[in-house]
Design a protein around this ligand. Structure first.
Ligand SMILES: NC(=O)c1ccc[n+]([C@@H]2O[C@H](COP(=O)([O-])OP(=O)(O)OC[C@H]3O[C@@H](n4cnc5c(N)ncnc54)[C@H](OP(=O)(O)O)[C@@H]3O)[C@@H](O)[C@H]2O)c1
Length: 321
């Protein structure tokens, strides 16, 4: 696919304006719309006239964001649904709540996430980054297959990270019960996002559902609050004068690749599923110090199939217990 006119500096709204897509009567569903990239993704997509759903684990916070988005975009069709990805029951309830609207889904963006958190388990007993970032999204997307098929041609967009390079699927200890490393566990969960998009495409592209995964870039959001100032400093987040390092994007720039993945009509013809800086990226690069592309383990269809089966089995075991 030819490169686009967009780059790392493009904002989400600029993508919408340039692609000039009208999504009247279309439905966009975004997980984690209460902070950071998710809010700006929702804002940009709301300007297309789509009916936008965001999710919130704190519904009061979610309602405040919806009111602000309605004011700034002039779109009255913005709704919030409760969703806590640490609980599969909450995923089920969110799907049920959405079904009361009797709508298809045209664009489903799995954006919510946590990063480098201390070890903990979800309600259902999964390591929290694997559970929140991957398994609950796996369950949500699979539950929404009827809505995505109704909305076809439709898209699923997984917000991953360049930190997929840190770790492939840790098959020997997926739940990190021995030697938990918060960064490796994050890396595994973000690799899982990409492998999920790969296998989704294999299984559902022929039914009109295209799937993509992306690296939004580095953005200073609430996601980083889990890191101490010292840790942020040691990772080069700040210049000597205390201002933010040049590699950071603004939140509006950080949301741009999600919006591009959701909107560009040419993308459905792409064989590549991975995007960065509002471009398709076919870079497979295992060098962890080069913040571009995805690792070999995140481009491996066999790994994608294996993870899909494992995820289905984990959900099945939860249903039985
Ligand atoms: N920022 C970066 O530099 C960066 C880089 C690469 C990838 N990403 C990815 O980008 C995505 C968005 O991150 P962000 O930077 O915008 O972070 P953020 O500002 O912390 O936003 C994360 C969103 O996810 C929600 N969330 C967190 N835990 C949840 C749970 N258990 N159930 C449901 N929702 C939950 C948050 O809700 P609350 O408002 O309730 O907290 C919030 O809406 C993540 O998937 C992240 O991995 C970010």
């Amino acid at each position: 696919m030819a490169t686009t006119k967009f780059d790392a500096n493009t904002t989400a709204l600029e993508v919408v304006e340039n692609l000039n897509v009208n999504l009247e009567n279309k439905v966009v569903f975004i997980t984690g719309g209460t902070s950071g990239i998710g809010v700006e993704t929702a804002r940009a997509l709301a300007t297309t006239k789509a009916h936008v759903f965001i999710t919130a684990r704190d519904i009061t916070k979610g309602k405040e964001v919806v009111e602000e988005l309605k004011k700034t975009t002039g779109n009255a069709q913005i709704d919030v649904l409760e969703l806590d990805l640490t609980s599969l029951k909450s995923v089920e309830q969110c799907v049920q709540q959405f079904r009361t609207f009797q709508l298809p889904i045209h664009i489903l963006i799995c954006n919510a996430g946590i990063m480098a958190v201390p070890y903990s388990k979800t309600v259902d007993g999964f390591e929290s980054q694997f559970g929140v970032n991957h398994l609950s999204h796996f369950y949500l997307v699979k539950s929404f297959l009827p809505e995505l098929e109704l909305g076809a041609p439709s898209r699923v967009v997984m917000v991953s990270s360049v930190l997929n390079k840190f770790q492939g699927i840790n098959w020997e200890d997926i739940q990190w019960e021995q030697n938990y490393d918060k960064w490796l566990a994050y890396g595994q969960s973000k690799t899982a996002n990409i492998l999920f998009a790969l296998q989704m495409n294999e299984l559902y592209k022929s039914k009109g559902i295209s799937s993509f995964a992306l690296n939004p870039g580095a953005i200073m959001t609430n996601l980083q609050n889990v890191l101490s100032k010292e840790e942020q400093q040691s990772m080069g987040y700040f210049k000597d004068d205390g201002s933010l390092a040049d590699f950071f994007k603004s939140v509006q720039q950080g949301a741009a690749t999600s919006v591009y993945a959701a909107l560009d009509p040419q993308l459905v013809h792409s064989k590549e599923i991975y995007l960065e800086n509002c471009q398709v990226s076919n870079v497979v690069n295992d060098n962890k110090t080069e913040f571009v592309g995805r690792a070999t383990h995140a481009a491996d269809l066999n790994e994608a199939k294996k993870l899909w089966i494992l995820s289905e089995n984990l959900l099945e075991n939860c249903r039985k217990s």
